[in-house]
Design a protein around this ligand. Sequence first.
Ligand SMILES: CC(C)(COP(=O)(O)OP(=O)(O)OC[C@H]1O[C@@H](n2cnc3c(N)ncnc32)[C@H](O)[C@@H]1OP(=O)(O)O)[C@@H](O)C(=O)NCCC(=O)NCCS
Length: 208
Amino acid sequence: MRIVEIPSGWSSIVRIVEDAGEREIEELLDLEERNEIALVRAVARQRERAASRMAAKSLAIERGFVDLPSRIRFTKSEARPVVLVDGVEPLLFVSFSHTAGIGAAALHDAPVGIDLEHERVIDPRATKFFLRDDELVLASSCSVENALLHWWCAKEAAFKLAADHPTLLRVPLALESESAEGLVLRGPRGSRVETVRLGVSLVAALAL
Ligand SMILES: CC(C)(COP(=O)(O)OP(=O)(O)OC[C@H]1O[C@@H](n2cnc3c(N)ncnc32)[C@H](O)[C@@H]1OP(=O)(O)O)[C@@H](O)C(=O)NCCC(=O)NCCS
């Protein structure tokens, strides 16, 4: 499997995996998990789902949260992903995202949200579905390339973190700073949302 390069400040929390081989999938995911993934209809979606779970498991081992991949599993509570270690919910939070055959996971000891998007142009007419008027003014003033996609990604990550906003439009974001690679925004309940371009074709956002 290939681990996508991410900013060094993210590396203890985030892992992004692509091109996982069958043997690696079998090493990290047990039969029950592989069977669950096999129920996902499209093969591309299966690969992404396997990649995001492998990302979370390999990170959990590297961080010393578990010594074996079989000890950590992921379930759901009202659509939100939940961590189980030896069947018990530890004080660990997980978030998943997928795009173009790639799977991302964020694993942290506080609520966390991650989003990963393949580079694409967002139709400005679609902004009304995720940006409030004041946010659109801020987004339009950003000089980062494909700024609308960075805002979309930031909204998705903040939505996953916050859990108390019904739609992306209702997730408040304020711009704090920007660089050539991405944005820093303030999200709900004082959260910090950072976006970054990864390689030539990906944009990711991490909300903490
Ligand atoms: C839920 C949502 C964030 C998923 O995003 P997505 O881009 O479709 O898909 P991603 O791969 O990035 O994320 C999927 C993961 O999000 C996680 N997720 C789903 N619902 C979640 C929630 N309510 N809270 C936190 N995480 C959630 C799941 O882990 C899921 O992966 P899994 O099914 O493999 O476990 C997305 O459907 C959404 O934005 N919903 C808000 C409604 C809205 O306003 N939509 C936009 C209108 S234009």
